[in-house]
Design a protein around this ligand. Sequence first.
Ligand SMILES: Cc1cc2nc3c(=O)[nH]c(=O)nc-3n(C[C@H](O)[C@H](O)[C@H](O)COP(=O)(O)OP(=O)(O)OC[C@H]3O[C@@H](n4cnc5c(N)ncnc54)[C@H](O)[C@@H]3O)c2cc1C
Length: 417
Amino acid sequence: MKMQVKPIPTISDRINEIRMLTADIVNKEILPNERTLWAWRGDSRYTKADIEESKALRKRIQDKVHEAGLWAPHLPQEYGGAGLDFLEHAYMNEVLAYVQGGAALFGVVAPNSGNQTILVKYGTEEQKKKWLIPLIEGKMQSGFSMTEPDSAGSDPRSIKTTARRDGDEWVINGHKWFTSNGKAADFFIVMCRTEDPDGPADRNGKMTQIIVPKETPGVNVIRGIPIWSQRDSDHCEIIYDDVRVPVTNQLGQTGSGHAAAQDRLGAGRIFHCMNSIGQMWRAFDLMVERIMTREVHGGLLETKQFMQGFIADSYIDIQAARLMTIHTAEKIESGADPRTDISAIKVFVPSAYERVVDRAIQVWGAAGVSGDLPLAGMYQGARTLRIADGPDEVHRILIAKNILKRYHDGMGWDFGN
Ligand SMILES: Cc1cc2nc3c(=O)[nH]c(=O)nc-3n(C[C@H](O)[C@H](O)[C@H](O)COP(=O)(O)OP(=O)(O)OC[C@H]3O[C@@H](n4cnc5c(N)ncnc54)[C@H](O)[C@@H]3O)c2cc1C
């Protein structure tokens, strides 16, 4: 089934053009090849020839994305990106996420994309030349190393990894885990607590991001942490043991690390939510398709009211998630304070995604949990999203705090703004 994308009357011509161009590539190039696009070494289902063919196919699609001017929507044109503004990128994401691996085919893969955005904003010219350009050109890979086993990731200001200044070098010591892309990465952006020789610094002030090449002595990638019963993954546990890097590897001012992390995560949450919506859309299409064609107990599933309820509830979940996310994106674009809305979508969208995929799996029965359909992977992804980028509880607390503050200040909440 193709993704149904038509121009939306209430948005700009440019956004419509981007959505239609993206949908064209999704429908014509990616969907018909989805089963053969991601053949990997180490997967016994594929021969060497399959792997070569899938690599060539990915390259052909990526060339088409380049030709359409859609490559790397998060980057300015001067860095080889599509130069899209915030809303254009948000609307594009719901379309490209309809297919498995859409992000890689459109050049916007986390954590590289987040690191690129941070390097564009905080990097010196020298850092851009050395790290950003090769990252964009695909000649390098990267990771973002913030979460630690011994401190709460949901309170990032509690990190224990230190960077001590010694002459022209930072000396880094710490234990991180869940650094995604850890095996492939050529460098990490490591969140450190920098020791301030000018006296006691506050909890926020000391956080600094430092670029650490993986080859540096003392960087020990211990293991890929098994996720969802996989034997291995590229989410890595890493020990930084007296790792010395030049002070010129520091990103931005000393103490700007927390603000940079918020820059990365704030806008990123909109893009993640639009991705989730694209994937819910796909799960919905798969579900409805099956409901219309599967016969059980003497009738098509579409005649059963339980199944009709699945369709209705999933429609409501997707529309609510989509409109909330677009409202938040518009708030960011207009310069209004979006923090409450960002937290609201960070809670609502992954759980709506989880519900929609759960129903689609139920409708497909055993096939739903098999590797023949993308649903099982989506389900795991949706569940993981409720933890990564700030768990649900942290965002709920933030929403309540912002709302209570308004009411304590003698105001109510204006849901229209
Ligand atoms: C697949 C995957 C990829 C990841 N990739 C990266 C990466 O590339 N780089 C990186 O640095 N990190 C990464 N992470 C880590 C992720 O950001 C953290 O797991 C997340 O921030 C939560 O931190 P934690 O696991 O330490 O949970 P904790 O902080 O220990 O929290 C545990 C639970 O406590 C509850 N909780 C927390 N605070 C409160 C509160 N105030 N009140 C009530 N309950 C609360 C929540 O339910 C929460 O889930 C990744 C995680 C996953 C699963």
